[in-house]
Design a protein around this ligand. Structure first.
Ligand code: SF4
Length: 332
C-alpha cells in the first residue's frame, strides 16, 4: 500500500462570488522512505498542494473534490481533532522561513521541550536531554548553549536546523519541505539539503520537497512532478526529467538554470509569466509562453500520457509518440 495517495485532487478559491481554480486533477503517490519533488515557478500551485495534503487550506480556499489518503485514512474529510493527530506526528511541514514556525519570545529549548511534553508524559529534565540530543543530531554546535537562546540569536541556517530537529522529535512518516533553503546563502543551502537528505534516509522518512529550483531538486529527489498553473505537466524519475525533459515548460525551467549559461551571457528565461488564477488561458495553460503552441493547444487541454519513462501532458509529445507507433506498425 502507498504511504500517501493523492487522487484527482481539485482545490478552488471562492473570491468575490468567483470560483477560481487553483489545483486541477492532481494525482500522485508516495511510498515509505521515498523522496519526491514538486517543481515549478511561483504561482504554479506547489505550496497550495503542500498545504492541501495536510488540509491546511484556509478560507476562501477549499478542497472541491478528490481524495488524499494517508495509508487507508482519508485526510480531506477529517475533523480538526483528527487532523491534529496527523499533523506533526505523521506528516510534518518545514517552511521557507523558520520564523513562521518558531515563537520569537520563547527559547529554542523550551519550544522543543514543549513539543516533546505535549505528546508524552516525561519530565522536563528528560525532555531537555532529548531536545539537546536532537540539536546535536542536526549538527548544531554547542547544543546546550543554543538550548537557552532565542530564535533571533541564531543564524537563518541554524534556525532551519532547529526546525528540522523539532520535526524529528515526533518521528513523522512524511516531511513536506516548502522551499526550505530558498532564504539561505548558497553554501548553507547545500548543508541543509544534505542534512534533510541524510535524516530522511537514516530514518526511513518520505520527503516531499517543494522548490522552484530544478538544480536543488536534482540533488535530493528520486522522482519529480513539474507543475504549471495548477496542473502536473510532467512526472518521472528526477534523472530522466533533468537529462531528457519532455514538456516545453520543463525544458524552459532547465534552460533557465544559471549553470546553463556561460559566464557573461544573459540568463535564459521562459518568456512571459505564470497566469494568475483569474486569467487561466484556454486549452493548454502554457500555450501563451510555448514556442511550439498550435491552434489545437489554444483550444484543447492535453491529456497526461505515459511517454516511456515519464508522463507528460503535451500535444507535441503525444503527436511524436503517435508517429513513432505508426512507424513501428509500418515496419512490422
Ligand atoms: Fe506547448 Fe502545445 Fe505542448 Fe502546451 S500542448 S506545452 S502549448 S506544445
Amino acid at each position: 500500500m502507498n504511504l500517501l495517495s493523492v487522487s484527482h485532487l481539485c482545490v478552488n478559491f471562492h473570491i468575490k462570488k468567483q470560483e477560481l481554480v487553483a489545483l486541477i486533477d492532481i494525482s500522485f503517490t508516495l511510498n515509505r522512505g521515498e523522496r519526491i519533488a514538486i517543481v515549478g515557478e511561483s504561482g504554479a500551485g506547489k505550496s497550495i498542494l503542500g498545504f492541501s495534503i495536510v488540509n491546511l487550506i484556509g478560507k476562501p480556499g477549499y478542497i472541491k473534490s478528490g481524495s488524499i489518503k494517508l495509508e487507508n485514512k482519508e485526510l480531506s474529510t477529517m475533523n480538526l481533532r483528527q487532523l491534529q493527530e496527523v499533523r506533526g506526528k505523521r506528516i510534518a511541514m518545514i517552511f521557507q522561513d523558520p520564523m513562521m514556525t518558531l515563537n520569537p519570545v520563547i527559547t529554542i529549548g523550551d519550544q522543543l521541550v514543549e513539543t516533546i511534553r505535549s505528546h508524552t508524559n516525561i519530565s522536563y529534565k528528560d525532555a531537555r536531554s532529548i531536545a539537546i540530543e536532537k540539536l546535536h543530531h542536526v549538527q548544531i554546535a554547542s547544543p546546550e548553549k543554543r538550548f537557552d537562546q532565542y530564535p533571533h540569536e541564531l543564524s537563518g541556517g541554524m534556525r532551519q536546523r532547529v526546525i528540522i530537529a523539532s520535526v524529528l522529535l515526533l518521528n513523522p512518516d512524511i516531511i513536506i519541505a516548502d522551499e526550505p533553503t530558498t532564504a539561505l546563502d548558497v553554501t548553507i543551502q547545500a548543508e541543509i539539503l544534505q542534512l534533510l537528505l541524510a535524516i530522511c534516509r537514516d530514518n526511513g522518512v518520505a520527503l516531499i520537497l517543494i522548490s522552484h529550483d530544478l538544480g536543488v531538486v536534482s540533488k535530493v529527489a528520486e522522482r519529480t512532478l513539474v507543475m504549471y498553473a495548477g496542473h502536473i505537466v510532467e512526472e518521472g524519475p528526477t534523472l530522466e526529467i533533468i537529462n531528457d525533459p519532455q514538456h516545453p515548460y520543463t525544458q524552459g525551467l532547465l534552460n533557465a538554470l544559471p549553470q546553463m549559461t556561460l559566464p557573461g551571457q544573459r540568463l535564459n528565461q521562459i518568456q512571459g509569466s505564470m497566469p494568475s488564477l483569474a486569467e487561466r488561458p484556454s486549452g493548454c495553460a502554457f500555450h501563451p509562453r510555448c514556442p511550439y503552441a498550435t491552434q489545437k493547444c489554444r483550444q484543447e487541454q492535453p491529456r497526461f500520457i505515459y511517454s516511456g519513462v515519464s508522463s507528460v501532458a503535451c500535444f507535441l509529445v503525444e503527436d511524436m509518440l503517435n508517429e513513432c507507433a505508426e512507424h513501428d506498425q509500418e515496419a512490422m
